[in-house]
Design a protein around this ligand. Structure first.
Ligand SMILES: Cc1cc2nc3c(=O)[nH]c(=O)nc-3n(C[C@H](O)[C@H](O)[C@H](O)COP(=O)(O)OP(=O)(O)OC[C@H]3O[C@@H](n4cnc5c(N)ncnc54)[C@H](O)[C@@H]3O)c2cc1C
Length: 434
């Protein structure tokens, strides 16, 4: 028997639009725990509200902010440097030249208007755990009772000698606000033709199906526009990852066999952007254009705070940092085996927001015995502008065992999943920012 201790995406009338069972959680809290809840509130009366600082207004951070705002037990400060949110999910269409950037951009106004929430437009430079403060790039310091970190990933540039010196010429486009540079590069490729080298690193990295998706969306345009060029796709893996997606993605790649030269088990070793050559485990390769996806790790901020080496180490199911009980790390920056996906990050954020509220009310107790389901993952690999493969992941935590991941993957692309991907994205964007 599985206990959905954490909010799950409940299929509504459209099974691809997540509905967050917030009302159910709140009602349960008030019914079952009203005495404790009232006592908790009483203990807060007359005191300044506890301070919760949330770092990163992306998928995970917004989940935490929304849950905390609904609970109203803390003053919440969201620290995010960008003036708007830009989605990585669904960006493949825009990057390939067939979608609009506006679809991916959303304002923070509604989040800023939530009760008890303020947004500081700044970047966190350091976390001083002993003082329980974060230091912002504008010199301001914010004190916290609880800190939620969801600053996403950075690229391991040192893994590819020659990359750092040519960073501007080789945009990766796996973080918000990098998509425009990749789109410009892809448009140059359409105009000039030649060889576009693309790559996928070994996992874990953000959204494993995304490099294949991007290649297929560009390949579709090569055919439609009659571009005199081809893609050489270098996969550091033996097949697309995670394993349950390999056959459907390899099957979809066959439709583009004339324009995508898919090469498994090839690792990047060095790049010379001046000579436009790549050293790889399969020898040297010349390119005209390149979109290389590098290995990733948690932002330096998280690692410099002593929360983990490559990824933050967290307790499950709480996502509390192993090194510090006041800090929670969610989304792609944490190192649990959960997939690095936006849907998972948003669910983790909501769960952590609710857990912090429980703790502030003095309600937190031992985790329920038996299996626990962690937030679900819903991912899409578009194989053309109209079709996609749907990937769902359920993570179960059994006492004393490593988390188990159960995948459900479309065996082949369909227009139904292609349309459902957009319904899903619009539904989550609304839940995050609407
Ligand atoms: C091409 C592509 C397709 C994808 N498709 C899907 C999909 O179909 N489904 C899915 O579920 N997921 C998908 N993903 C994955 C998804 O985008 C990530 O898993 C998700 O963004 C992770 O959320 P996060 O909160 O950890 O990080 P992010 O969403 O990246 O948010 C991090 C935020 O922190 C801010 N920040 C960073 N450093 C600091 C700092 N020092 N101080 C303050 N703020 C800071 C950033 O500005 C950013 O807004 C896709 C990703 C890519 C690249």
């Amino acid at each position: 028997m599985s206990h959905p201790r954490f909010p799950q995406a409940v299929p509504p009338e459209d099974p691809n639009v997540p509905v967050w069972p917030r009302r159910r959680v709140l009602q349960t809290g008030l019914t079952l725990g009203s005495a404790a809840w009232l006592a908790g509130c009483a203990s807060l009366i007359g005191q300044a509200k506890p301070q919760v600082v949330v770092v990163g207004g992306g998928w995970g951070g917004l989940g935490a902010v929304r849950a905390l705002a609904a609970e109203q037990v803390a003053a919440v400060t969201l620290v995010e440097p960008n003036d708007r949110f830009m989605s990585c999910p669904m960006s493949g269409h825009y990057v390939a030249g067939v979608g609009s950037l506006d679809e991916l951009l959303h304002g923070y106004q509604r989040v800023e208007a939530l009760p008890g929430v303020q947004r500081v437009r700044a970047r966190v430079q350091a976390i001083e755990r002993d003082r329980r403060e974060v230091v912002l790039d504008n010199g301001q310091r914010l004190r916290y009772d609880h800190l939620v970190l969801s600053p996403g990933v950075e690229y391991m540039e040192e893994s590819l000698p020659g990359f750092a010196a040519a960073r501007e010429a080789l945009p990766v486009g796996f973080r918000a606000f990098e998509h425009q540079a990749v789109r410009a590069q892809v448009e140059r490729f359409y105009a000039q033709g030649g060889t576009l080298v693309m790559s996928a690193p070994k996992p874990p990295y953000r959204c494993p199906p995304a490099p294949y998706e991007r290649a297929m969306l560009i390949a579709e345009q090569i055919k439609k526009r009659g571009v005199r060029g081809k893609i050489v796709f270098l996969d550091a893996n033996a097949a697309p990852t995670p394993a349950p997606t390999a056959q459907p993605i390899l099957g979809a790649l066959k439709a583009y066999a004339d324009v995508i030269d898919y090469r498994p088990n090839v690792e990047l070793q060095a790049v010379d952007a001046g000579r436009r050559t790549l050293q790889t485990s399969a020898g040297e390769l010349r390119y005209d254009h390149a979109n290389l996806v590098l290995p990733m790790r948690a932002q330096a901020l998280v690692r410099q705070a002593g929360l983990g080496q490559r990824w933050a180490e967290v307790e499950l199911p709480s996502f509390q940092a192993k090194a510090d009980a006041r800090i929670f790390v969610i989304g792609d920056a944490q190192g649990s085996p959960q997939p690095k996906s936006g849907q998972v990050a948003f669910g983790q954020g909501r769960a952590v927001g609710e857990e912090i509220a429980r703790r502030l009310r003095g309600q937190s107790g031992p985790a329920p015995a038996g299996d626990i389901e962690l937030p679900v993952g819903i991912c899409w690999a578009a194989t053309s502008h109209d079709e996609a493969i749907n990937v769902n992941v359920v993570t179960t935590l059994s006492p004393g065992e490593a988390p188990k991941l159960r995948f459900t993957v479309d065996p082949q692309p369909s227009a139904r999943s292609g349309a459902a991907a957009w319904s899903w994205a619009r539904g989550v964007w609304r839940a995050m920012l609407g």
